[in-house]
Design a protein around this ligand. Structure first.
Ligand code: FS2
Ligand code: SF4
Length: 542
């Protein structure tokens, strides 16, 4: 196996024996084969668009398949096999439609002519031969750009899938995923072509994040400031993790009146701020912190656990019987329930002891998405003009297990009292419960939401820039980003597409960025790696 798509990749270069995430070589091979199948499907879908063939089933499956290969989503060989076979079946039908419409179907790339073998063992062998970037003669910088694009596309596909579930889509997004993956079969593309595709990935990601923002706020209302307890209530309980708001809504509906309290874990925390979700009286509080602490925290939860999307880790024996997966997330042996079909989760919660007593562990505030922040824009602007607010830091992104990630908590703690911290995604759990006070009634720590809400952060920055009559790069705003998986790659590409400079990135640089590509990023975007909180704060505020 070879996988280098996430920040915790082995030795900072690539997982070759087993994934640090727990991905076994056979799963890596099947994920590679699934991407290979989607690349084949993309060649026909791309050509299909040229002759007027647009297939909604192909679009949806493309996103589901690509999302399934994102870090910490699908570890189950059998479910990957189903996806591979479905891709091949749909590709055959698509090929027919494209031929009938007069399109080209004589592609020579092996992916276009892929036929899956019938049993899982030989399917793994097929997968071992087809890494997505397997052109060993290619220029290392082109290979680097191809990987950046493929990993960015994984993020785009994840967002597109979330938006599609809530009825929001734009064919431009699917068209780019197909165009980008089909481009991998084109050996004529040069360095500049690949740079253009990478930046286009960022542009398309902005569009898909806009769709997801419309999906979430259109369905559940704009988040409002909400206090979320970190303790618990006596009684039966379910813990829901991941990012899927519709799954949460369904769970809340199905548990209503059953004497079960619903708690969030990880990236589900910001959902407490949505009016159409917070209206449920039994949607109580938040339990635990970020994904990498789940083994310890899930073991302490006395109820059923539901994983809706990334990030799942290998369940420990102590809670293996009470954890469930749904949607695209899967772990072999873990009970998988269909989206919205949460009867088994509820039964398990009712059979488990639940919390024996009430416990107060304080609270945190969520709900500072674009609508809330911009509703007090005049106060914020006045604060900047009077000098009460000297600087904004967006300290956001993924969390992870590496020790270097304590940088982010230290940074927030050491940021001067006249600065405001905007945050989003699971990296916030390093400092989410710190009491940072306020500046003239504006809390110093503002939780914008999940990683899926990066659009909201961008809108806040753009609105502030407009109010001050300057560009985002001229605002007293610095981006301190932590990355881990491929949604973060997509967001980073969006920031580059928008021309945002001086991003500080950590805890380490992606293994898939070649020295020359890094040089281009540094020269054109002044991108930097994090150093120490003291050094970075001094450099930013000087
Ligand atoms: Fe965090 Fe994990 Fe949100 Fe990422 S819960 S690192 O895949 O999606 O951000
Ligand atoms: Fe390794 Fe990350 Fe790939 Fe898992 S997703 S195999 S940890 S690089």
């Amino acid at each position: 196996m070879f996988c280098n798509q996430c920040e915790q990749t082995a030795k900072g270069t690539g997982c070759t024996v087993i994934g640090v995430c727990g991905k076994k070589p056979e799963v890596a091979a099947l994920q590679d084969l699934l991407l290979h199948a989607v690349k084949g499907m993309s060649l026909y879908a791309n050509e299909g668009r040229r002759v007027g063939v647009i297939d909604q089933e192909v679009n949806a499956l493309t996103c589901e398949a690509v999302f399934s290969t994102l870090t910490n989503v699908n570890f189950d060989p059998k479910r990957l096999q189903v996806l591979i076979n479905t891709c091949a079946e749909l590709t055959a039908k698509l090929k027919e439609k494209v031929a009938q419409a007069g399109g080209k179907i004589n592609f020579t790339d092996p992916a276009a002519n892929f036929v899956p073998t019938s049993d899982l063992e030989s399917l793994v062998k097929q997968g071992e031969l087809v890494g997505i970037i397997n052109d060993h003669d290619a220029d290392p910088d082109i290979q680097s750009l191809q990987q950046i694009m493929v990993y960015g596309i994984k993020g785009v596909a994840a967002y597109a899938d979330h938006a599609h579930i809530l009825g929001q889509e734009d064919d431009k997004v699917y068209a780019f995923i197909h165009e980008g993956l089909a481009a991998l079969a084109n050996k004529e593309l040069n360095l500049n072509d690949w740079i253009a595709l990478v930046l286009k990935c960022g542009e398309i990601n902005l569009r898909v994040m806009e769709l997801l923002d419309a999906a979430n706020t259109g369905t559940y209302g704009h988040p409002v400031p909400t206090t979320v307890p970190l303790g618990h209530k006596k009684g039966k309980c379910i813990l829901i993790s991941g990012h899927d708001l519709k799954d949460l809504e369904e769970l809340l509906k199905q548990t209503e009146g059953k004497g079960i309290y619903v708690y969030t874990h990880g990236e589900m925390l910001p959902t407490h701020g949505y009016p159409q979700l917070k209206k449920y009286g039994h949607f109580y509080g938040h339990f635990g912190t970020a994904w990498q602490n789940q083994k310890k925290e899930f073991a302490e939860f006395p109820g059923a656990i539901l994983m809706t999307t990334n990030c799942i880790q290998e369940p420990q024996k102590s809670y293996a019987d009470n954890i469930f997966t749904t949607g695209l997330v899967a772990w072999p042996g873990v009970q998988h329930v269909k989206n919205g079909d949460f009867g088994p989760v509820i039964e398990k919660a009712l059979a488990m002891p639940g919390f024996e007593s009430d416990e107060d562990k304080g609270s945190v505030m969520v709900g500072f998405a674009r609508n809330t922040v911009l509703s007090v824009a005049d106060k914020v602007i006045a604060g900047v003009k009077s000098g009460a607010i000297k600087h904004f830091f967006l300290v956001g992104g993924c969390d992870g297990a590496k020790s270097g990630r304590s940088y982010y908590a230290d940074f927030v703690e050491k940021a001067p009292k006249d600065t405001v911290i905007l945050t989003l995604a699971c990296g916030k759990f390093r400092f989410f419960d710190k009491q940072l006070g306020d500046i003239g009634g504006i809390p110093r720590l503002l939780d914008i939401g999940q990683c899926n809400d990066a659009y909201s952060a961008i809108q806040i920055a753009v609105a502030l820039a407009n109010a001050f009559g300057c560009g985002v790069n001229d605002l007293p705003l610095s981006l301190i980003i932590s990355w881990y998986e491929q949604k973060a790659v997509a967001i980073l590409l969006t920031l580059l597409h928008l021309g945002i400079k001086n991003i500080r990135l950590g805890p380490s640089l992606p293994a898939f960025v070649s020295p020359n590509v890094l040089d281009v990023l540094v020269k054109n975007f002044d991108i930097k790696t994090i150093t120490t909180p003291e050094e970075d704060l001094a450099a930013i505020l000087k």
